[in-house]
Every structure is written in structure tokens, then in C-alpha cells.
Design a protein around this ligand. Structure first.
Ligand code: SDX
Length: 386
């Protein structure tokens, strides 16, 4: 039977290890510590690919040839400018709003301005994937400018996606090192199997709701500190430690207080997250240029202390993608509370790819729960209740 009912009587907390469907987008090998997008290892992609190539690979299923990649770049550039009504709307968001909540709101509003909003067909969905990817970067930068009392900086047509974002954030053309570092970051975080925010997007898409609703579901899910906001929390913890000398005493106190070490541990990786290895390398390269090694030194020392602690070793708790994202983004001059929005700017490629994969062979996602409450209780009139 096509949909044989696999009913298990006991609940699996957090759906740990539960396989809910098949996918061709990315493979996360938690034992070997490897990650593949559409069959290509991130080792190849991080070293050789552009973000635009990786976006096309995830969306279309193959690496673009020369004519395809120039069309991808052209189309992404063409939709960088956000609808003018949205920038006005951003000015109404409270200046102290966390950027992730501003992003959640503005992407929801973006749906009103998208001519294909209610069309879930493959062509319209691909167009929306391009627009969401380009305009999310423009809107994050615009919000940051507005909250700092400045006017948004219009996107440029002559810079690639990563360089253009840094330009819209600062008004200056970024260095090649900074552009490539951010581009590598965006490549490394573009997709990652059925992580919580991707799953949220697929659940929403499975009801045949619209692409923007699915992306808003994903943004709300990514915002949590157990998921996409761990990068911001990781930086805050490195700044709280303040000094390499303080790492060990801070760690012992955190353990005693049963605090989570942010950026450490993963549901799937039981070795160092392969992305963390690249991000660590990136942070080391950047610390050589931006002359701000303190945070990275603390992160490196804390990783060493954690790796020697029996509690963490027994539980196979290692640095994940967020751990070294923190010093890397910090050294790119990005504000800590923007870190989760940069995660979203990358993962929107994966989210939109997953929505399209869901629609290509859709079935409503509707799991069950094991009921453990009371049953058949007698009715008690109000006057007789204690
Ligand atoms: C991302 O799924 C993805 O792919 C996500 C992601 C992606 O690309 O989409 O990779 C991005 O979200 C990375 C994770 C970012 N989150 C953090 O860094 C937050 C800190 N990490 C943890 O909270 C935790 O490790 C999780 C949430 C990441 C995973 O948690 P699990 O698999 O649910 O494990 P658990 O909470 O059940 O913990 C198992 C044990 C517990 O101890 P005991 O009950 O056995 O005593 O390990 C301990 C936990 O207390 N533990 C930690 C810890 N993580 C787990 N103890 C201290 N510090 C930690 N960070």
C-alpha cells in the first residue's frame, strides 16, 4: 500500500531519529561529519562555488553552465530592489525590535507585493525563490540602516550577492576577503536536511498554503536560541567570558549552573560539524585582517576546554555551525543581533527549495501524538465544582 500506516504507540521526543520523508536536496552525515548539497560535498562548494551557483544547484538540481549562471546572476540582481511600500513599512517597526521579528513581519508583508503570491506552480515558485533570496538581503540591510537613523542604501547591480549585502550594510564596497568570507558563510548554511525551520516550512507547504507563509513559519522557527539564534547567543557568551584567562573558570561555573554552552552540540552531528571547521578557518583568516582576535581566541580556548570535559565527550557534544559563525560574523563587523537574520538570508535558499520539493510530490504532513490524559470524565455542573 502506497501510504502504509506506520503507527507507533510510543512518542519519540523531538522526533529524534524519525525519518519523515525522502529528499534529494542535502545529506547530513552525522557520523562522518559530512554535508552534501545535491550530491556535491560542501568541501567542493565552499572552496570553488559562488553563492549564486549553490542557490541554482539547490533550486534546479544541477550546477549551472556558463549561460545559466549568467542568467541566475542577472535575475537575482534584477529583483534586489524591494517594493517601496515595504521600506515605508520597515520605518513603522519599533527601532528596538529584534531583527528576526522585523524580518518575520516584513517577509509576511512582502507576500502582498508579490504578483505570484498565490501561484504555487513550479515557474511562479522559482520566481518567488529568487525574489525572496534577493529581497531578504535588501530588507535586512534596510532595517539595520533605519534602526540606526539612516536611509536604506539602494542595492548595486555590479556586486555579487554577498558583496552587495555588505555594501548595503555599510555604504562601502567590501574587501575581497570580506566578500568571500560572507559568501562562504552563505554557501555553508544554505541547506541542512530536515532541521526544525526547514521542517516548519514543509509542514506549512504541505497544506498547500503559499510560499511566503512557509518562509514566515521557517523564520519564526529559526529565531529560537536552540536553532538559528545560537550564533548570537554564542557571541554573547564569548563576550561575557571576556578574556582567554577567564574561559576555564567561566566554563566550570556554567557547568555547575547547568547552562547550555551555545554553539555546542547537535541533534545529528556526533562529531565536529563540518561547517564549523570551515567557519573556524574563516575566522582565523579574518582575525589576521581585522585585528580583533580576542573573541576568536576565547572561542578556540573554550572549544579546547569543552573537548576535554568528560560530560561533553560522553555526549559527543562538539562545536556546531553557530559556534564559529559568531567570531567570523563579528569580525566582519556585523551586529550580533543581526546574526540570525544572516542565517535566514542563507537558509531561505534551502527553505524555498524544500517547499518546491514538497509540492512536487505533496502529501499533507500530519503526525500523531500518544494521548496520555484522562478519558470519559463525568460532567460536573458549575455549582458543584470545588
Ligand atoms: C542549528 O538541526 C540542524 O541541522 C540545525 C542546524 C542547521 O543547520 O539548521 O545545524 C543549525 O540549529 C545548530 C544548533 C544550534 N543550537 C545551539 O548551539 C544551542 C546549544 N545546543 C543545544 O541546546 C543542543 O545541543 C541542541 C539543541 C543543538 C541539540 O539538542 P538535542 O539533540 O535535543 O539534545 P538534548 O538537548 O536532549 O541534550 C542531550 C544531553 C543533555 O544532557 P543529559 O540530559 O544527558 O544530562 O546533552 C546535553 C543535555 O543537557 N547538552 C548540552 C548541550 N547540548 C546538549 N549540555 C551543555 N551544553 C550544550 N550545548
Amino acid at each position: 500500500m502506497a501510504n502504509a500506516i506506520q503507527s507507533s504507540t510510543s512518542a519519540t521526543r523531538g522526533l529524534e531519529g524519525v525519518v519523515v520523508t525522502t529528499t534529494q536536496l542535502s545529506k547530513v552525515d552525522g557520523t562522518a561529519g559530512r554535508l552534501y548539497y545535491r550530491g556535491y560535498s560542501i568541501d567542493h562548494l565552499a572552496k570553488n562555488a559562488s553563492f549564486e551557483e549553490v542557490a541554482y544547484l539547490l533550486w534546479a538540481g544541477h550546477l549551472p553552465n556558463a549561460s545559466e549562471i549568467s542568467k541566475v546572476r542577472e535575475d537575482l540582481v534584477a529583483c534586489r530592489t524591494a517594493p517601496s511600500g515595504l521600506v515605508d513599512a520597515l520605518r513603522k517597526v519599533p527601532l528596538n525590535a529584534p531583527p528576526m521579528t522585523a524580518l518575520r513581519s516584513i517577509i509576511s508583508l512582502l507576500g502582498h507585493y508579490d504578483p505570484d503570491a498565490e501561484d504555487n506552480g513550479p515557474e511562479a515558485s522559482m520566481r518567488k525563490a529568487y525574489r525572496l533570496t534577493s529581497q531578504m538581503a535588501t530588507l535586512v540591510a534596510a532595517f539595520d540602516q533605519i534602526r540606526k537613523g539612516k536611509d536604506p542604501i539602494p542595492p548595486r547591480q555590479d556586486l555579487n550577492h554577498a558583496a552587495n549585502f555588505l555594501y548595503m550594510l555599510t555604504g562601502e564596497e567590501p574587501s575581497d576577503i570580506a566578500s568571500r568570507a560572507l559568501e562562504t558563510y552563505l554557501i555553508l548554511l544554505a541547506d541542512h536536511g530536515f532541521n526544525a525551520s526547514t521542517f516548519a516550512a514543509r509542514v506549512t507547504a504541505s497544506t498547500l498554503s503559499d510560499m511566503h507563509s512557509a518562509i514566515v513559519s521557517a523564520i519564526g522557527t529559526l529565531k529560537g536560541p536552540l536553532h538559528g539564534a545560537a550564533n548570537q547567543r554564542a557571541l554573547e557568551q564569548f563576550l561575557e567570558i571576556g578574556d582567554v584567562e577567564n574561559v576555564k573558570p567561566w566554563f566550570e561555573k556554567a557547568k555547575a549552573e547547568k547552562r547550555r554552552i551555545m554553539g555546542v552540540g547537535h541533534r545529528v552531528y556526533k562529531v565536529v560539524d563540518p561547517r564549523a571547521r570551515y567557519l573556524r578557518q574563516m575566522a582565523l583568516q579574518l582575525s589576521g585582517t581585522t585585528g580583533n582576535p580576542q573573541v576568536l581566541d576565547i572561542a578556540l580556548k573554550l572549544e579546547e576546554v569543552v573537548s576535554e570535559d568528560p560530560y561533553f565527550v560522553e555526549r559527543k557534544l562538539y562545536p556546531n555551525v553557530d559556534y564559529y559563525s559568531a567570531p567570523a560574523l563579528y569580525m566582519l563587523g556585523i551586529d550580533a543581533d543581526l546574526f540570525p537574520t544572516l542565517f535566514a538570508m542563507s537558509r531561505v535558499v534551502g527553505w524555498t527549495a524544500h517547499v518546491m520539493e514538497q509540492w512536487a510530490n505533496n502529501r499533507l504532513i500530519r503526525p500523531r501524538a500518544q494521548f496520555i490524559g484522562d478519558l470519559d470524565l463525568p460532567w460536573v455542573p458549575l455549582e458543584e465544582r470545588p
